[in-house]
Design a protein around this ligand. Structure first.
Ligand code: NAG
Ligand code: NAG
Ligand code: NAG
Ligand code: NAG
Ligand code: NAG
Ligand code: NAG
Ligand code: NAG
Ligand code: NAG
Ligand code: NAG
Ligand code: NAG
Ligand code: NAG
Ligand code: NAG
Length: 412
């Protein structure tokens, strides 16, 4: 995904001039329900032949871009879901989608440009519509999540290159809008994470990683205030098929807060926290029951593509009931907890405090402590009480013994 040399400065210059790369919102509907939605900016870079040489044109997807309802489809009658955007005089940009049940991806990008449009292609020696296709687009995300990529991503097709930026997109949408859960693209992760550490030599037996470091994570809403707070140490316990060992291995991996990019969203009844660390994405969904004003951790989704995996690992469970607390309170659990997600994946939490709803002034509200912590607190009390009781018994026994012996002396 190399940005053509001449395109990179152009792109930057374009960002400097407000309105040059416009964001467009495109929706494919079937009846009243929306199945594909995309918010994006796209810059097209096209090389074409003129009478005596070649020329380049660069244009952004204009504000007036619309969805071609006739060609677009939600995927009925054996056709894949297809988003076709039209702009200018007969130019189109199409994205077709596929899913395998757990992930969806853009299978191909089709750009059609009309060389007869002399305002865009002056001096073109040809005319009519040119169609170019790329089938290595590299846009994919778990189903029921929104693919998000702020970084420019260039896709080459024939003599053209399409650079997407500020992209948010979802196909196979369960609701009529983008899912609050986001899957952040790799480019966004690498721009904000520390430089990758040199690849470690293949360790034959991975040593247990120890207790994970406590990280502080927060999500801000559109008005810029913190709406979700979390402070915790996290450890992933994953079983997967190892490529080097050709068998299922079980690995413990600590989430390193220093390498983690935080994203997420807040809503009235659902909030999500997405932690992305290089090739690992952990996605936590919290749900509020507005009748009872209680919230809980209802969904955990893990996506991992570690170097020794034979295939990317994906696990998700959206009917969980962990970390229950009350609106206006935070949930706290200092004791280690194991949150089982699926048999092949559990999440261990350490020194945890979260508040996914009702955060004010970027601060945790009073905490509701988990039962495990309360039990832990009982232990010293019980031990103390037992010791006090023992001392008392010894004292009483001693006093009785002394009285008896005194009595003994007196009889003599
Ligand atoms: C779409 O919505 C309109 C008004 O909200 C309603 O009259 C119509 O029946 C709906 N159509 C479908 C296919 O649901
Ligand atoms: C190509 O032709 C145009 C006019 O037809 C002329 O202005 C231009 O200089 C020519 N370019 C080259 C590289 O010959
Ligand atoms: C291509 O552009 C020409 C000139 O603007 C226009 O007449 C023609 O209809 C366009 N072709 C398509 C397929 O829209
Ligand atoms: C690209 O996707 C469209 C829509 O699914 C399909 O009609 C077309 O054949 C695909 N092209 C290639 C080269 O795969
Ligand atoms: C336009 O020019 C290119 C390169 O000079 C040539 O390969 C192509 O056949 C020309 N197209 C037409 C329609 O003349
Ligand atoms: C996606 O969400 C829909 C509706 O919420 C649900 O029925 C479906 O099972 C979910 N799919 C996955 C893979 O989580
Ligand atoms: C990891 O999960 C396995 C079961 O998949 C379990 O036997 C093991 O005790 C777990 N280890 C930790 C440290 O949680
Ligand atoms: C992996 O193990 C299976 C049986 O456990 C064997 O059939 C297969 O050939 C092995 N693959 C490699 C690459 O060693
Ligand atoms: C994270 O960064 C802090 C401060 O830069 C450092 O003290 C700590 O060791 C780092 N932790 C890890 C796990 O790299
Ligand atoms: C909220 O909690 C009540 C009582 O536990 C339950 O009956 C109801 O189904 C819950 N509502 C939702 C949306 O989960
Ligand atoms: C997983 O990682 C491998 C190697 O780094 C890469 O070739 C592959 O494309 C990745 N898979 C996905 C789905 O990103
Ligand atoms: C779907 O595709 C992803 C990525 O290509 C892969 O990791 C996963 O195993 C596939 N799931 C199924 C059910 O085939």
């Amino acid at each position: 995904m190399k940005v053509p040399g001449s395109l990179a400065p152009l792109f930057v210059a374009c960002l400097g001039i407000l309105g040059c790369t416009q964001a467009v919102t495109l929706e494919v509907k079937e009846g009243n329900s929306t199945c594909i939605k995309a918010e994006l900016s796209a810059l097209l870079f096209i090389t074409y032949s003129t009478f005596n040489s070649t020329s380049n044109v660069s244009t952004s997807l204009p504000d007036s871009t619309s969805v071609d309802a006739a060609s677009s489809s939600c995927g009925a009658a054996g056709r894949p879901p297809w988003l076709v955007a039209v702009f200018g005089s007969g130019h189109t940009l199409g994205l077709s989608f596929a899913t395998n049940g757990s992930f969806y991806s853009v299978t191909n990008l089709t750009l059609q440009y009309n060389l007869s449009d002399t305002s865009l292609f002056p001096q073109s020696n040809g005319s009519g519509v040119v169609t170019v296709v790329s089938s290595s687009v590299g846009i994919w995300a778990p189903i029921n999540t929104t693919y998000r990529c702020a970084s420019p991503t260039t896709i080459r097709a024939g003599g053209a290159a399409v650079t997407f930026s500020a992209m948010r997109l979802e196909a196979y949408m369960p609701d009529n809008d983008l899912s609050p859960a986001e899957s952040v693209c790799v480019a966004d992760q690498t721009t904000t994470t520390a430089p990758p550490t040199p690849t470690t030599t293949a360790a034959p037996a991975p040593t247990p990683p120890g207790t994970p470091e406590t990280g502080e994570f927060s999500v801000t809403n559109s008005s810029g205030s913190v709406c979700l707070l979390a402070k915790m140490g996290l450890q992933l316990n994953v079983s997967y098929v190892s490529q080097s060992q050709n068998k299922t291995v079980q690995e413990l991996v600590n989430v390193n807060p220093n390498l983690t990019v935080t994203s997420g969203s807040c809503g009235g009844t659902t909030a999500s926290l997405v932690l992305t660390q290089q090739t690992t994405m952990l996605h936590l969904t919290f749900t509020m029951n507005s009748t009872t004003s209680k919230y809980h951790l209802s969904g955990i989704n893990l996506l991992a593509n570690w170097s020794d995996m034979t295939a990317p690992f994906s696990a998700s469970n959206s009917s969980l009931d962990y970390l229950q607390s009350t609106l206006g309170r935070s949930y706290m659990c200092n004791t280690e907890q194991t949150l089982l997600v699926v048999p092949a994946f559990s999440l261990n939490t350490f020194r945890l405090q979260v508040q996914p709803f009702g955060v004010t002034d970027s601060q945790f509200a009073a905490a509701e402590e988990c039962q495990l912590d309360q039990d832990q607190m009982l232990i010293p009390i019980i031990v103390g009480a037992a010791l006090a009781g023992l001392v008392l018994i010894i004292l009483v026994a001693y006093l009785i013994g002394r009285k008896r012996s005194h009595a003994g002396y007196q009889t003599i």
